[in-house]
Design a binder for this molecule. Structure first.
Ligand code: AFD
Ligand code: MN
Ligand code: MN
Length: 404
């Protein structure tokens, strides 16, 4: 086809449909987290940024800026204790709508209050367990008001020493607590059960891996599913395999996208393991193409940008996720399946290598043209001077942060 990018002709020659790929890229939705716009740091200190958001409104405004530049980030995940401190939910919803975004997943916080020192749902102290359950029930009510489809549960619960507590008793407490919260959810709400192998529990974590999260979800019901946080796996885990397995079980509820080198580093998605992100998206793209697989999944970012300017880092993250999806859509699946079935190891692998090595910017640019956003969002944002403008307006303040 004359006038079209050579990549489009290359894809068409393989029997792929570049226009259909562009269409799918315009439909992608990536939820950004309110806490990713606030000051954060490590356990050794918080590094304040003058342009960082300090209020719920500022976080939402910054998320709306990411959506303005990318066109695929229309919702904001919220943390109940940090984002609804005043208890006024309606004004937050209205403000988000006024900026063209909506409130996304509701994240209760059962890891910061003093009562949770020995756990929340899993605590040996019944009053701590009750406080955590009540907070989650309140979070469900907030979710009803915000119209949130997801109740996203992460628990810091665990122990630091062998023998510290009865792990089976804690498992029972978790099952009871999760079932109680599940029963309170409206029919259109989905519970996402997140797992994490360690931190802050350094001997055991009550929901340590995808199998435990899946068992707890199944103990609740079909509207409870597993949340895969990319940074929540032990070194060397094959996350694409976990994703494929959960997809096939109909248990993959959503993602917390980030990247990590050593632990739960919350680095920019795709910055350390871009091939892993691509292989995960290969599973997701194939699931979308399979009518028998539930691919109604929450694609959410969970990152804390301690060194990078917050909005810039989030735009960069969204672009990384878009790039991985675009490359996964460029896999010649017909040839891949033929080679897999024939046991053609290098040939099948080469189908991935060819797609992963593509420069997919022509596809991304075409999608962004359709969305009415800059072809290169990060470049456009950095040239806008918006971070510098926010730094002048907001200045270096002692304000509430997010994680860290
Ligand atoms: C921390 C936890 C977990 C959780 C997030 C938001 O490790 O990933 O989802 O905070 O609450 O990163
Ligand atoms: Mn997470
Ligand atoms: Mn985490």
């Amino acid at each position: 086809m004359s006038g079209t990018p050579p990549l489009f002709d290359e894809l068409a020659a393989k029997g792929l449909d570049p226009e259909a790929i562009v269409e799918r890229l315009t439909k992608q939705e990536i939820e950004t987290p309110s806490w990713g716009y606030a000051n954060s740091g490590t356990r050794f200190g918080t590094f304040r940024q003058p342009a960082a958001a300090g209020t719920t409104e500022e976080k939402i405004a910054d998320a709306a800026t990411v959506h303005k530049y990318t066109g695929v980030a229309p919702s904001v995940a919220v943390h109940v204790l940090w984002d609804f401190a005043t208890g006024d939910v309606d004004s937050v919803v209205e403000y988000a709508q006024s900026l063209g975004v909506r409130i996304g997943a509701i994240n209760p916080n059962v890891f910061q209050s003093q009562e949770y020192k020995l756990g929340s749902f899993g605590s040996p102290d019944a009053s701590a367990r009750q406080k955590a359950i009540e907070h989650c029930l309140e979070s469900v009510e907030i979710g009803k008001k915000t119209g949130s489809k997801y109740l996203s549960l992460w628990f810091a619960d665990g122990t630091n020493y062998p023998g510290q507590d009865d792990m089976i008793k804690r498992k029972g407490y978790f099952t009871e607590g999760l079932q109680q919260v599940y029963r309170a959810m409206p029919e259109d709400m989905i519970m996402l059960v997140e797992y994490k192998p360690f931190e802050p529990g350094f001997y055991h974590t009550d929901i340590a891996d995808w199998g435990m999260a899946s068992a707890f979800a199944r103990a609740c019901g079909e509207r409870a599913k597993v949340l895969v946080d990319l940074g929540h796996h032990l070194q060397g885990s094959n996350v694409a395999h976990i994703v494929a397995f959960l997809l096939d079980e109909g248990e993959l509820g959503g993602f917390h996208f980030n990247d990590s080198k050593y632990a739960d580093d919350d680095l920019t998605t795709g910055s350390i393991h871009p091939l892993e992100l691509f292989t995960i998206y290969c599973e997701l793209a194939r699931a979308e193409e399979d009518p028998n697989t539930d691919s109604d999944i929450a694609y959410m970012v969970d990152q804390s940008h301690n060194l990078k300017p917050k909005i810039e880092a989030m735009i960069q993250t969204v672009e990384q996720i878009q790039r991985a999806y675009a490359k996964a859509l460029c896999v010649d699946v017909k040839t891949l399946r033929e080679r897999q079935d024939a046991g053609d190891v290098s040939g099948a692998e080469q189908c991935y290598v060819d797609a992963f090595n593509l420069d997919v910017r022509p596809l991304l640019h075409a999608a962004r043209d359709k969305l009415g956003v800059p072809k290169e969002p990060l470049e456009a944002y950095r040239a806008s001077g918006h971070t510098e403008k926010l730094a002048k307006e907001r200045g270096d303040r002692e304000v509430a942060g997010g994680l860290g």
